[in-house]
Design a protein around this ligand. Sequence first.
Ligand code: ATP
Ligand code: MG
Length: 413
Amino acid sequence: MTIPAIKMPAHVAMIINILESNGYEAFAVGGCVRDAIMGRTPHDWDITTSAKPEEIKALFHRTIDTGIKHGTITVMISGVGYEVTTYRIDGEYTDGRHPNEVTFTNNLIEDLKRRDFTINAMAYNDRAGIVDAFDGIADIENKTIRCVRVATERFAEDALRILRALRFSAQLDFSISEDTCEAIKSLAANLKLISKERIQTELDKLITSNNPDRIGLIAKYNLGSFIFEDASSLTKDSDTFTKIISVMNLLPADHYLRWSALMLFENDPGHVLKKLKFDNKTIDISSRLIKAINFPIPNSKTKLRHMIVKFGKDLFDSYLFTFIDAVSHAGFYTAGTAAEIVHLKSMYDEIVSAGDCLSVKDMAITGKDLISEGFEPGKTLGEIINYLFDLVLNDPSLNDYETLLTFAKNYRN
Ligand code: ATP
Ligand code: MG
């Protein structure tokens, strides 16, 4: 592999320059060096330096104390923030999540040692070139995720690294080295110590990558019960993962669609997603999609209009058809045949282009209108509106002020 010349953004080169000309060491480090070597565009550039936090702050006009205890200062240049972190050694880990304390050091190699994988443990600056003390370049060439030094120690320190290994494997299309695999298996139970929020973030990066099939590693390494706890479809056999992967491979890399695919065989996807501390929008969309996919496919526009109201038009516009197509092509759609899906789409297009009324607020008569026509506000009025809405869903041609007023009067009498 020929390694491309690393071209640091001007601001990064400037920060490194300022630190060096004040007598400190400074390097770009971690993901940005990995990505630059691989010819990918780094999305952010982190800097590691021998300067202590207060020394960093003294050299730049605008800084933010992002994680000053752990040595991280954000340096602001023209409105863009760059994380500059003091070389550090992580102390002992007793909780399987974070070091008890960190100490600062003057030695770059000590800082690289604490990092998770060899491909993430390289540093670069224009003066020294690439510093690769743990054979990260060789692992990039072999497309391998390998822990820095002893894998069992790295995962015992911080079990999140297990999911980071899976995530990088999916994002970069790398395999995981044998010793690292063995360590993952032996320390899987430590995943119980990791917060669901951090688990969710790593899984999301994995699932929305170009290789979502790597989610199958969860079954291969028996991690399911430590991540999904009581989610019955995701904690036992690898067969479910095989099915889910065949659906995911047919879906675009969309957060909502890919998570819905993972929840495809769950009875209560909302419960599983809530336990993973998901936001309400993800829980709502995935729950509705899974329900809709199990709903009998409507064979008339009337039934379809009712279904749209039941599940929400947004679902139909943005997700449902893509999802049904994928589930159906993978062979797991049981609510209708391929011909019925085609029919469903054409009925939907007709409903949308005809502008059929699909919500109470789009009716030709409103509650306010009815009150000014002499109807009493209250429970009965609510019943009348629901009755009129049903009529309009069954026959959109009834959505006319006078017609609905007549129906309302008849209902009252
Ligand atoms: P991405 O491209 O997703 O940002 P990244 O490699 O930059 O990937 P970050 O989470 O941004 O990952 O972390 C930056 C660097 O910090 C990593 O490259 C790695 O060297 C180190 N690092 C991050 N998290 C851990 C961890 N849990 N254990 C050890 N080192 C870590
Ligand atoms: Mg990063």
